[in-house]
Design a protein around this ligand. Sequence first.
Ligand SMILES: CC(C)(COP(=O)(O)OP(=O)(O)OC[C@H]1O[C@@H](n2cnc3c(N)ncnc32)[C@H](O)[C@@H]1OP(=O)(O)O)[C@@H](O)C(=O)NCCC(=O)NCCS
Length: 220
Amino acid sequence: MTSPEQVVVVGASGFGRECLDVLEAMALTGAHVEGVGVVDDGPSELNLERLGARGVSYLGTLAEWLASETLPRQYVLGVGSPAVRRRLVVRLEDAGAQPFTAVHPSATFGACVDVGEGVVVCAGVAISTNVRLGRHVHVNPNATIGHDADLRDFVSVNPAAVISGEVIVGEGSLVGAAATVLQGLSVGQGSVLGAACLVTKDVPGGVVVKGVPGQWTEYD
Ligand SMILES: CC(C)(COP(=O)(O)OP(=O)(O)OC[C@H]1O[C@@H](n2cnc3c(N)ncnc32)[C@H](O)[C@@H]1OP(=O)(O)O)[C@@H](O)C(=O)NCCC(=O)NCCS
């Protein structure tokens, strides 16, 4: 039997531990993968307790991990913020670490879905046909991604959000929980769609959208 691919999760907070859930579910359904522990530069006591309660090791800071000659170099980024993720990836690439792509076995995919490196897809996500997920895109539980959608690098889609068909979501944008983007629209780079907003027209980059229908203001 081949030994499992060993993966380090970066981040001890909520999303980091949800990434452990994804890796564990993959292993339970036969994938040869093992989350060996979590690295974090400043984990809270509470998050360390939470890791301990599920029997997962805290492996130290990122610098300690990257200096180690025994820990695996593959990682999943358990960090919800697109901007923080982008900064971390630069550092991890410089150090020669490699992103692992983690997809929960309960997620469903249509044909011709292009999945970039470092993508994380959580439980219950439905991805339609001819979708593109760029590098380090995160799709949280029960979100829906419509046909022909294009989610550019470092996009985060929070739980139960709905990206309709042919939507383009610009690099580094965050789609809040239960937000809906109507079909064919585009969202510029680095925008934040607030929780439960309804996007009814194209959104420029660098704005925060709230409400139904969504209205926006410049991002601070
Ligand atoms: C919109 C958002 C980015 C914050 O924007 P912000 O302007 O910094 O918000 P603030 O917290 O300073 O609140 C400012 C005002 O916006 C309102 N507001 C905040 N989020 C809102 C939302 N999603 N929809 C409508 N109004 C919202 C607040 O009630 C407040 O109103 P008030 O001025 O009348 O009191 C954030 O609230 C949000 O929705 N983020 C998505 C988070 C998410 O998906 N969480 C789930 C994680 S799993």
